[in-house]
Design a protein around this ligand. Structure first.
Ligand code: SAM
Ligand code: SF4
Length: 363
């Protein structure tokens, strides 16, 4: 059966939800490898064997939201809150530019106040001026108004990443307090498209209570929404969160299962969505040292090395065992470059690496 489905993929035939579910439930080592190899062929055909770097700047852990899974949720009193100033953010972006990263992602907890929106706008304009418009910028600042999205776009950001987290509204309710609204988050994705961004979304995988059908629906949701980029990753418990406290830390076996699920989701998403950009999430590396390179071998084509200054990293911990907390940006660059080249891929230095899907849907 697996062979039969993968041959369909090689012939560019669409898969039914039943076949997508079948692939997500594979557990035999040989069949899994056949799935990963097939996804890699699809990647090579539609987006090439090039890994693009997005230097991630985690500029603030201040957040007005209280997602039950996240280590920097507003109710976690064990976090020392920080906000980088303008100069620090621009300095990190310039470091990324000078080190030939084609683009950066500016990510933070959610804040919707005027002072924060203005700060981001100023930073965007300064980055664009300092790099002669050459450094691409993705924003990942959570739910905002249409006006805020437009201002970010006009100030120079061209991509936005907002995970829907899960497309099952009932599960969404269990992961968030009552004032977090699934429909509002979904609507933000529509607003981002309307304002002209390349739009990225994704989900958490391996959530308590999540079923394979949920994951099938997640993939179909991303396809139906015609999104350009996928940023999804395994859920990993954080000890100071309500969800993390309800379950003991992962055993080695659970880590392995979470990693396999993460890799299967990347592979099947590549097979179904074909020409989008897919990031190999940092959370994969928290489960296995070479997790992100494994992600590339299963169909991902984007890696987000951390370019945040080391002093801030221990305060931006979303889940337990987040990697690279004590490394600096140069160490991240060097070690990742070697590891990616060792799997036979090239790195798209100095390129934005825009989603081929976006190029197609806009020309
Ligand atoms: N605040 C913005 C938002 O929520 O869209 C951006 C920053 S938020 C920290 C980025 C992503 O971190 C979220 O979309 C969520 O999926 C992920 N995240 C949070 N807690 C996590 C956990 N325990 N395990 C894995 N990923 C997690
Ligand atoms: Fe805040 Fe984002 Fe964490 Fe939710 S996932 S608590 S919005 S930083």
């Amino acid at each position: 059966m697996t062979d039969h489905i993968l041959k369909k993929v090689d012939r560019d035939e669409a898969l039914t939800p039943d076949k997508i579910r079948y692939l997500l439930e594979l557990s035999d080592e040989k069949e899994l490898q056949a799935l990963y190899d097939c996804a890699y062929r699809v990647k090579a055909k539609y987006v090439g064997k090039v890994a693009y770097f997005r230097g991630i700047i985690e500029c603030s852990n201040i957040c007005i939201k209280d997602c039950y899974y996240c280590g920097i949720r507003k109710s976690n009193r064990n976090v020392k809150r920080f906000q980088m100033d303008e100069e620090e953010m621009v300095r990190e972006a310039i470091w990324a530019f000078e080190n030939e990263y084609g683009s950066v992602v500016i990510q933070s907890g959610e804040r919707q106040d005027a002072a924060y929106i203005e700060l981001i706008e100023r930073v965007l304009r300064q980055i664009k001026a300092a790099t002669d418009g050459k450094l691409g910028v993705t924003l990942s600042l959570g739910e905002q108004t249409e006006e805020t999205y437009r201002r970010g776009r006009e100030a120079g950001a061209h991509r936005y990443l907002l995970r829907i987290e899960t497309t099952n509204p009932e599960l969404y309710k269990k992961l968030h307090p009552a004032d977090h609204d699934f429909e509002a988050r979904k609507n933000c994705l529509a607003l981002l498209k309307k304002t002209g961004y390349q739009v990225g979304t994704g989900v958490l995988m391996g959530l308590p209570g999540q079923t394979t059908d949920d994951l099938v629906n997640d993939i179909l949701f991303m396809k139906d929404l015609d999104i350009d980029m996928v940023g999804m990753g395994p859920y990993i418990p954080h000890r100071d969160t309500p969800m993390g406290q309800a379950i003991p830390p992962y055993t080695d076996e659970q880590k392995q299962a979470a990693l396999t699920l993460g890799l299967k989701m990347i592979a099947v998403t590549r097979i179904v969505l074909k020409d989008v950009n897919i990031a190999a999430a940092t959370a994969l590396q928290a489960l296995e040292h070479s997790g992100r390179e494994m992600g590339l071998k299963c169909g991902a084509n984007v890696i987000m090395p951390n370019v945040t200054e080391t002093e801030f990293r221990p305060n931006y911990v979303l889940y337990d065992n987040k990697p690279c907390l004590d490394e600096n940006s140069s160490m991240c660059r060097g070690c990742l470059t070697r590891r990616i080249q060792s799997i036979g891929e090239t790195i798209g230095f100095n390129q934005w690496g825009d989603s081929k899907h976006y190029e197609k849907r806009t020309t």
